[in-house]
Design a protein around this ligand. Sequence first.
Ligand code: AMP
Length: 143
Amino acid sequence: MTVSSILADKGPDVVTVSPEETLLDVTKLLDKHKIGAVLATDSNGKLAGIISERDVVRAVARGGPEALGEAVGTHMTKKVVTCKKEDRVNSVMMQMTEGKFRHVPVIDGGKIAGIISIGDVVRRRIADIETEWRAMQDYIAAG
Ligand code: AMP
């Protein structure tokens, strides 16, 4: 099972910010879209970083509420682990587990093609296990 099968369900939509926007802007986007991370893109739409709720929490914990006025570029993670559509979901799950992050952008032909979250991965794994289980029950019943 590949990343493209998850994208086929959820689509390629990704919420982005510019590195000049503030952490307060990020909190509004996270709240509005009910998500845990947004991608930062440069003026050409290229991936510049990722900023998640964890980064906002860390910034406020260390800098107080004034940190909410600081720029995304100061607090985002610039070295982003990405995946490709043809990557296997299991390998993306391993990357998330090893790197202790819950979001992985999908890059296709140098462009952002979607984002996979740990929630998407778990949802897909459960659906697959249920399908296998039903097939097994049908097989047993037919015998
Ligand atoms: P998350 O678990 O996604 O909320 O992110 C936890 C931390 O990892 C935050 O500092 C994020 O900026 C960072 N992070 C999230 N996704 C990635 C990724 N794909 N590559 C590198 N760092 C990431």
